[in-house]
Design a protein around this ligand. Structure first.
Ligand code: ATP
Ligand code: MG
Length: 452
């Protein structure tokens, strides 16, 4: 579709300022990154207005620990660059200054307007989406173009007060997420805001204002046109920040899951027993527990989990067509990955290990891959994705206990493979016909679709 530059008449935002003095809000300077404070003071010395803004102010208001600190200023990006030697300018859609202090980056954004007087640099797609947004404005303009009222609070080092132009202070106190302006228009401008509302509600434990929530189910399909790379980033924030389970439930409730992960959502729907959903929920709980314990979490494992229902369904379909088990697994993994890429740009460095986690499931299952000669056990243990695949197998216990013996075997094998082979004799060549001939050159495999 063609893009066009809209020129509208100048508009000053119809807002009033509420100043919340230091003794009426909980934000203390000692909770603010010293580097962010440095940036604020330096901008002020340079004669510019500067505020801490966005997620950091919101999180500090509710007693949280912000992971980054953003600054909004009247200075242009070039003026900011002039003030800081450790500054680089980035971005096209939003031109921003990054002030770099070792590993910490303070993002400094010039006050921006949501409307155009023709002098700025703004492009609007003819479906209402914003493509470029570099129209500088006043702080009032900057406040109303933000997404939620809770994200539009400004903290100043002048007198350590909080400036509120959109009722955000009260909303934070009441724990309500409310879009600024007309919700439908704001979702049309940027459909990713629908994911953001779910994410913030999950993270902050806020409720969603009725008018903000109401349009989401009907507008959810708009998300399919959002940039796949941005949706990937947003998914990482949704699921790897410690609130994955809540986020998943929110996405499901608003019909957003079906847009982000269409094949998984429909596989979950048609899985009457609910076993697949139990696996996903349990896996997300585990992810949340790891994040809270400061343990590493991997996008590959996360996507293996979120797309597991889709993979299982594709596998069953292929096997029903008579495709041989190993070939069906490979094709199901490829198919699900390729289809998913049209919505979410999952980089190969994550999609390949994700597929390995799936394909290893059958290799860890004695029912599917036969006996376990020592050499094969050692090779499997040495696989770079063994640990993730084992954790995944263990997770699947919530759906069925058919792999209980496999889990026990591989758990033991990790500390002492020889002993594991010895104490699990039933899988090493004894038992039924299938396991009778350890040196058989060609082993017939049983069908592998173990999909609960
Ligand atoms: P967190 O960093 O915890 O994810 P945040 O609120 O800081 O939350 P960012 O994505 O870092 O979120 O954005 C910083 C601020 O920029 C937001 O608080 C909001 O004011 C504004 N903002 C971000 N994305 C949008 C958007 N899509 N539409 C309007 N304003 C936005
Ligand atoms: Mg932020």
């Amino acid at each position: 579709m063609p893009t066009q530059t809209h020129t509208e008449s100048p508009r000053s935002a119809p807002v009033t300022l509420r100043v919340v003095p230091r003794d009426q809000h909980p934000i203390s300077r000692k909770d603010i990154s010293p580097n962010a404070l440095r940036v604020l003071y330096r901008l002020r010395e340079g004669g510019h207005q500067a505020f801490l803004v966005g997620g950091a102010v919101r999180d500090l208001m509710v007693g949280g620990h912000p992971k980054d600190f953003d600054v909004a200023t009247s200075a242009t990006p070039e003026e900011v660059k002039h003030l800081f030697r450790n500054c680089r300018l980035i971005g096209r859609r939003f031109r921003l200054a990054h002030v770099v202090f070792g590993r910490e980056i303070i993002e400094v954004a010039t006050f921006r307007a949501n409307s155009d007087d023709g002098s700025g640099d703004r492009q609007v797609h003819d479906d209402g989406r914003l493509l470029r947004d570099n129209v500088y404005g006043t702080i009032e303009d900057d406040a109303v173009r933000r997404d939620f009222t809770a994200n539009a609070l400004y903290y100043t080092i002048d007198d350590f007060s909080v400036h509120d132009y959109v009722g955000g202070f009260e909303d934070v106190q009441n724990k309500v997420l409310r879009l600024i302006g007309d919700p439908e228009t704001r979702y049309h401008e940027d459909p990713v805001r629908m994911l953001r509302v779910v994410r913030f509600a999950a993270k902050l434990g806020f409720s969603i204002d009725e008018a903000t929530a109401a349009p989401v189910p009907a507008l959810a399909p708009l998300l399919a046109d959002a940039a796949p790379a941005r949706l990937f980033e947003e998914c990482l924030k949704l699921f790897l920040s410690g609130y994955a389970e809540e986020s998943f439930l929110g996405l499901e409730r608003f019909g957003l899951l079906a847009v982000l992960f269409p094949e998984s959502a429909s596989a979950l729907k048609s899985n009457r027993s609910g076993a697949l959903r139990r696996v996903v929920i349990e896996g997300l709980r585990g992810t949340d527990a790891r994040v809270r314990a400061d343990e590493p979490v991997s996008p590959a494992f996360l996507f293996a989990l979120l797309l597991w229902p889709a993979y299982c369904r594709a596998l069953i379909a292929l096997q029903a067509q008579g495709v041989h088990a190993v070939e069906a697994q490979r094709r199901a993994a490829d198919r699900v990955t390729v289809h998913q890429l049209s919505t979410i740009a999952l980089p190969r460095r994550f999609s390949l290990p994700m597929q390995e986690i799936w394909l290893l499931q059958s290799r860890l299952s004695s029912a599917q891959s036969g006996p376990r000669p020592r050499k094969r056990v050692m090779r499997t243990l040495a696989h770079p994705r063994f640990r993730a695949a084992f954790d995944f197998l263990a997770l699947r216990q919530v759906a069925s206990d058919e792999h209980a013996e496999d889990i026990a075997f591989w758990r033991d094998a990790q500390s002492d493979p020889d002993n594991a082979i010895a104490v699990h004799p039933e899988v090493e060549g004894e038992g039924g016909e299938e396991h009778a001939a350890p040196r058989r050159r060609r082993r017939r495999r049983r069908p592998a679709a173990s999909t609960q």
